[in-house]
Design a binder for this molecule. Structure first.
Ligand SMILES: [Ca+2]
Ligand SMILES: [Ca+2]
Length: 224
């Protein structure tokens, strides 16, 4: 195989590989839907595409002053989720042969917005997850905790002075959950969250990938 053909083939495969991914619509992804005066923190209002768990004091919104150390990564607002609090929203039915990647920005809180109490440095963590047909253990597809220091099941760190971006992925290939509704959840403790994104990438089956490559080769051969 000569260099030109190899190069063309590489480009073709690159184009094929990248053209399957697409961002799915997440409603109110950056928590800008709730009007929040500058420098204030209030309880999160339901019915802004996200639903929170029943306990009122566990999900908050803040529009920080420009002098504040921690700033949202997108827009003016960021949301706060404390222990056993959750925010969730439902997305589309789960498609087959698709890799879903949930991406979110997380920061650790220094104070509880409800009580003002300083938070300990050892226990804060954000947990993000994908679920099918509801927020319960049996519907869990994937989740991960992103910790402030050393939580039980993570080795990634979050900080009080800036947001960091984290992602988790789940592949629907051969899953019994295909056709069920996909849920995004942001849950547990003492974290600020912002800028939620969900990507769906079609995973080509080996047969169709071979066909694509073969087809590409034939086209290139014809051109030469
Ligand atoms: Ca925001
Ligand atoms: Ca502001």
């Amino acid at each position: 195989m000569n260099r030109k053909l190899l190069l063309s083939l590489s480009v073709l495969m690159l184009v094929c590989g990248t053209s399957f991914g697409a961002l799915l619509n997440v409603n109110n992804p950056s928590f800008e839907g709730q009007v929040q005066a500058d420098g204030t923190t209030t309880k999160f209002v339901n019915a802004l595409s996200w639903t929170k768990t029943a306990t009122e004091t566990r999900v908050w919104m803040r529009n920080p002053l420009s002098s504040d150390v921690l700033q949202p990564t997108n827009g003016a607002n960021m949301a706060y989720v404390t222990f056993n609090g959750s925010l969730y929203q439902t997305i589309l039915p789960i498609a087959e042969n698709t890799r879903y990647t949930l991406t979110i920005d997380l920061a650790a809180a220094t104070n509880n917005p409800d009580t003002g109490a300083a938070l300990t440095t050892s226990i804060a963590f954000g947990e993000i997850g994908l679920y099918a047909n509801g927020f319960n253990p049996t519907s869990l597809l994937t989740n991960q905790r992103f910790g402030k220091t050393n939580p039980d099941d993570t080795n990634t760190e979050i900080f009080t002075d800036h947001f960091e971006t984290f992602s988790i992925s789940w592949d629907s290939t051969a899953s019994s959950k295909i056709g069920q509704t996909l849920w995004i959840t942001i849950t547990t403790g003492q974290v600020w969250v912002d800028n939620v994104r969900l990507d769906a990438t079609v995973i080509p089956e080996p047969a169709s990938m071979m066909l694509l490559t073969f087809g590409g080769l034939m086209i290139l051969k014809k051109k030469r």
